[in-house]
Design a protein around this ligand. Structure first.
Ligand code: ZN
Length: 83
């Protein structure tokens, strides 16, 4: 019986590549901003600031589109790069 030492492959990549990490941060940032906007919209409604709530609602729509694009880019990168 012989003990076999397992070599750590130094070429092995752990986790997503740099580009993917960048895209993940971008998508995360959109999601965090969306949650903040939604919280602000809820507070505006609660305080009967209807104009403000409407304005924030428009920002949510825009940010949602941004989030969709960021998620799409991330997915596309993973497919193309295989990372
Ligand atoms: Zn990649």
């Amino acid at each position: 019986m012989s003990a076999r030492a397992s070599a750590n492959g130094s070429t092995e990549r752990l986790g997503p590549c740099l580009k993917q990490q960048e895209l993940i941060l971008e998508a995360q940032s959109c999601l965090v901003q969306l949650s903040e906007l939604m919280r602000a919209a809820a507070a505006a409604l609660e305080n009967r600031h209807e104009n403000l709530a409407h304005e924030i609602d428009l920002q949510i729509e825009l940010k949602f589109g941004e989030k969709e694009r960021a998620m799409g880019k991330l997915q596309q990168h993973r497919e193309e790069h295989g990372c």
